[in-house]
Design a protein around this ligand. Structure first.
Ligand code: AMP
Length: 505
């Protein structure tokens, strides 16, 4: 363990000293609220606030498909609608949108476990405070939520959900500061980890990003209305104009008087999550001023330079592998073909938590386009290998379709470390690259060859010369083990509160 230049402790060998009280088999560790992927949206001062929010969430659907919610404020009262399932299946009904009256709204799409038992965790979370109603939407994970929660419960707090986000509601309620902004600031200064948050009060739309800016949050304008969203694709769908990113460590406060900005955190270099570029964000989004699509294509080009293959055809694993495969094919001068067709009516493979069902999910999701595969030496391109399920299935699918050779190329480095900042990666034991070297993974997948882009290669695709250990620019611990924040819960010596160790609902 050492301190990096930012003053944060980093944990190169995190798993050498795990918290003995946090075990992967514990129900709350399995529960996805600790590992969620999410998208947030907010709008201030628009006649059709709820309808616009529903559209914004629809554009952000790739960030979470299991639940969605919107809270609006009509000048008098807050209205809330939360549903399991897709935005388009739930927020298309006129009566639901009509119930969400008012000119201000926030919304959230969420990835979580299935079943009605998690309804309490569906965001926006809402509470009445001394200063009025408060609705919150959070993308990211707090790395001290368990510790904070335990302390708050000891102090008499009654939690309504098992979501890490709820901690912020309690911290806000307990602050003795005078104004809302002072109370809100005091609360966010006590949380750690990754947070891109949009929240709504009686008078304000507020956005905040963690000091490293791990998860994205953007500010836009739609006529006279201000908009907050996780990605630019949510602006595009409603015709909003991108104004700027909320800065790392910035709080933006939007009121009828305009917009104010606060920087309460110690100033740090930003370290956005590299996975937004690799997998998470929609390819047509602009993240950190860079086109996600172009970055992914450059990752493919770089991969072709680092790991060429003697082959007849480049085939992407759709959809996530497509831009990298285009880049790989262009650089290697080998034809690009859609040799795997994806059924778009099946959700992402990660949605089903059990291995057995995940495997079934892969079969349901992809099929071989035999005409493009039979008799050929195939290069399969994917953006990442997590558990290896997708690669194993698709390599054998290529052979069954008559491929002569199958060469696997991955446009991100091997994922050796789990994430604690809001991406659904399993515990380290289930990460393929944490268990095998490259040759072991190749055998596991059954491919003729396997190669990953290097860590420096990823930085090159991002426009840098290499990963500089002195000044790392991205949150990339999944490949490097360099966790950029304290992991307070993981390293805590104390047991979490029993409410987190039992199936409480
Ligand atoms: P696996 O099959 O477990 O190796 O997972 C790799 C596949 O999952 C790749 O095709 C990725 O595009 C996709 N993937 C990577 N990260 C995630 C994530 N956080 N959520 C859902 N899918 C992912």
């Amino acid at each position: 363990m050492f301190k990096d230049k930012s003053g944060f402790q980093t944990f190169k060998s995190l798993l050498a000293e795990p918290n003995p009280h946090l075990r992967p088999e514990d129900p709350f560790m399995r529960d996805d609220q600790l590992r969620e992927e999410c998208g947030v949206f907010g709008i201030f001062n628009h006649q059709d606030a709820a309808a616009i929010t529903a559209l914004g969430l629809h554009a952000l659907q790739h960030r979470g498909q299991e639940a969605a919610g919107i809270v609006s404020f009509d000048g008098n009262q807050f209205q809330a609608e939360r549903r399991m399932g897709l935005v388009g299946d739930n927020f298309n009904k006129r009566n639901i949108i009509e119930r969400l009256e008012g000119k201000n709204a926030v919304g959230h799409v969420r990835y979580s476990t299935t079943g009605d038992t998690v309804m309490r965790n569906v965001q926006p979370l809402f509470a009445e405070h001394s200063s009025g109603g408060f609705a919150i939407c959070h993308n990211g994970n707090l790395t001290n939520a368990v510790t904070q929660r335990r302390d708050l419960i000891r102090d008499g707090a009654i939690f309504q959900s098992t979501s890490d986000t709820e901690v912020l509601l309690h911290l806000l309620a307990r602050s003795k500061r005078r104004t809302f902004i002072e109370r809100f600031t005091e609360a966010v200064l006590q949380i750690e980890g990754a947070f891109a948050i949009a929240c709504l009060t009686n008078k304000k739309l507020v956005g905040v990003r963690d000091p490293l800016g791990i998860r994205p949050l953007l500010l836009g304008k739609l006529g006279d209305s201000w908009v907050l969203a996780s990605e630019t694709c949510a602006f595009d769908i409603v015709g909003a104009e991108f104004v700027r990113e909320v800065e790392n460590g910035e709080i933006v406060v939007i009121t009828e008087e305009g917009i104010e900005s606060y920087h309460p955190f110690q100033k740090l270099n930003e370290r956005p999550c590299i996975f937004e570029y690799i997998y998470f964000a929609r390819p047509d989004s602009i993240v950190g001023g860079k086109s996600v699509y172009e970055v992914r294509k450059r990752m493919g080009e770089q991969l072709a330079i680092e790991a060429p293959a003697d082959a007849d055809v480049i085939i992407p694993i759709p959809d996530s592998g497509v831009p990298a495969a285009i880049g790989y094919a262009a650089t290697s001068n080998i034809p690009f073909e859609l040799g795997i067709i994806r059924n778009h009516y099946v959700g992402r493979t990660f949605i089903e938590p059990e291995q057995q069902i995940r495997q079934l999910g892969v079969k349901l999701k992809h099929s071989a386009n035999k005409a493009m595969v039979a008799g050929k030496r195939v290069v399969l391109i994917d953006d990442s290998v997590v558990r290896g399920t997708t690669s194993v299935k698709l390599v054998s699918m290529m052979y069954e379709a008559g491929a002569k050779e199958v060469h696997m190329r991955i446009s991100s480095p091997p994922i050796t470390h789990p994430d604690f900042y809001g991406i659904d990666t399993p515990d380290q034991g289930k990460l393929l690259a944490a268990n095998y070297d490259i040759e072991g993974m190749r055998k596991y997948m059954g491919a003729d060859s396997l190669a990953f882009i290097s860590v420096d290669g990823i930085y090159r695709a991002m426009g840098y010369t290499k990963r500089d250990d002195e000044h790392p620019q991205f949150t990339d611990h999944c490949f490097t083990g360099d966790y950029p924040t304290r992991l307070t819960d993981l390293l805590s010596e104390e047991e979490p509160h029993p409410s987190l160790l039992a199936e409480v609902f």
